[in-house]
Design a protein around this ligand. Structure first.
Ligand code: GAL
Length: 452
């Protein structure tokens, strides 16, 4: 009797839990069952949309907030919640999304770089195919040509709606530091390796103790990897192409790491105790003369009251003249969130002309769409846009920012390069071997054609 009672209680408990357990799992929506036009045009339906992104630094934060505000303007009844995942470069996002998805709480939409970074989500069957959105928004016609390929996944479909583009192969420098120590600033942006080394030598000789020519701000690892990819391209673009295609050898990589070792002589010794934006702040304060960072540092400089050409300037990373390192930001939509249609509306909103105008202005990024007018850009972003659109410029996908090599290889590489930069002896051959092992283990195999 007692046993029966216990069984009955267990059954009752199971029944009472069942609806909650079922409610936690949302159905997986197939894009073929959606009418994208009707969803996007419906500005009345209410709901909640959770957006995940990693824009937490000054300027970036304002830029994403402008998108949220615009979205609320279009879809007034939808409560758009912005969830920042700090870290930069997307490293923390994949893990976050994985945990959310496993607990039945997939975000409606989240930030991602197109290319290899989205492959784990695709393999896990988590993303909504956005071909219908691309068609409705005429993105193939509106997007600048080099973007369309990068935003086409390995299965030929579109899952990402691009929101902005940044150039990765630049060095920012503090004009006042150069002036203070009487170091002549070259009158050209495309500096050679020789010019770069002599600037470093001169600055190192003239800057007092505690101040350095360069900083990495690689507490999160990826900024050190950013430097690695710049050196790789700046050593030989063919080497970069081979590397991301999975063809490499220890000797070539040792040469790349030897250049990195030379560069480390000019870097503040406590470089990995700071995040990239702290390093930018310290460069503005004059502790470091230069920072190797992508153009997303611009809005942060603006936020700190710095003016391009007056307070700071940029050099092209040595050896990368004529090349444009592409960091493409975008949003993807989960196919099993509580509000998949809301996710579609968010993704669509990021490519609208209004959002593109606000966002590009505040993020100081290049709009992926040809119909964004040039007057939204400041002088430097416009300059980078002109470089990108110049028929003679060659573009290459970023390793650090998700596009060029598989996510697992890219994150291991980031950790490895950070360990290298933090080590005391910077043993080039040893780390070249470690890098080769990472690529081998990840089975990196691409078919990029950059140099022809
Ligand atoms: C990149 C992203 C940039 C910027 C940077 C640092 O991955 O594409 O827009 O956010 O990280 O956070």
């Amino acid at each position: 009797m007692k046993k029966l009672l216990i069984l009955a209680l267990v059954a009752a408990l199971a029944l009472s839990m069942a609806p909650a357990a079922l409610a936690a799992k949302n159905p997986t929506i197939n894009a073929d069952d959606l009418n994208f036009e009707a969803i996007i045009d419906d500005t009345e339906t209410a709901g909640t949309v959770n957006i995940y992104h990693w824009w937490t630094a000054g300027g970036e934060k304002d830029a994403i907030e402008s998108v949220v505000n615009e979205f609320k303007g279009i879809y007034e009844n939808i409560d758009a919640k912005s969830n920042p995942i700090p870290g930069g470069a997307g490293g923390a996002m994949v893990m976050k999304v994985k945990v959310l998805a496993q607990t039945g709480k997939s975000p409606e939409a989240f930030q991602a770089h197109p290319g290899q970074e989205i492959q784990p989500y695709l393999d896990a069957g988590l993303l909504l195919n956005l071909n219908g959105l691309w068609e409705y928004g005429e993105l193939e016609d509106r997007a600048i040509p080099s973007i369309v390929d990068m935003c086409t996944a390995s299965d030929g479909n579109h899952y990402v709606v691009p929101i902005g583009i940044h150039k990765t192969n630049i060095i920012l420098y503090n004009i006042h530091v150069f002036e203070k120590y009487g170091v002549a600033i070259p009158d050209h942006e495309d500096i050679t390796w020789d010019e770069f080394w002599s600037l470093c030598d001169e600055l190192a000789a003239k800057m007092p103790e505690g101040e350095y020519p360069l900083d990495l701000g690689d507490q999160k690892g990826w900024p050190a990897c950013q430097v690695f990819e710049n050196i790789l391209l700046g050593t030989d673009p063919k080497l970069y192409q081979d590397f991301i295609n999975g063809e490499y050898n220890v000797d070539d990589l040792t040469k790349v790491m030897e250049t990195y070792t030379k560069l480390m002589d000019y870097v503040a010794p406590d470089h990995n105790s700071r995040d990239w934006y702290h390093a930018t702040g310290a460069m503005v304060n004059g502790t470091y003369a230069m920072q190797i960072m992508g153009a997303w540092a611009q809005p942060l400089m603006t936020n700190m009251g710095q003016e391009y050409g007056v307070d700071y300037g940029v050099f092209t990373f040595p050896g990368t003249e004529g090349w444009f390192g592409m960091c493409v930001d975008g949003f993807v939509v989960s196919n099993n969130s509580a509000n998949v249609e809301g996710g579609v509306r968010w993704a669509y909103s990021v490519c609208t002309q209004d959002v593109q105008e606000y966002f590009s202005g505040l993020k100081e990024s290049i709009s992926p769409y040809t119909d964004t007018p040039d007057d939204v850009y400041n002088a430097l972003t416009l300059h980078f846009k002109e470089q990108l659109m110049d028929g003679n410029t060659k573009v290459y996908p970023s390793i650090t920012h998700g596009t060029a090599i598989p996510w697992s290889a890219s994150t291991s590489l980031q950790t490895q390069i950070q360990e290298y930069a933090t080590s005391t002896n910077h043993d080039a051959a040893y780390y070249a071997n470690r890098i080769v092992n990472i690529l081998k283990e990840a089975g990196v195999k691409g078919d990029w054609n950059l140099v022809d």
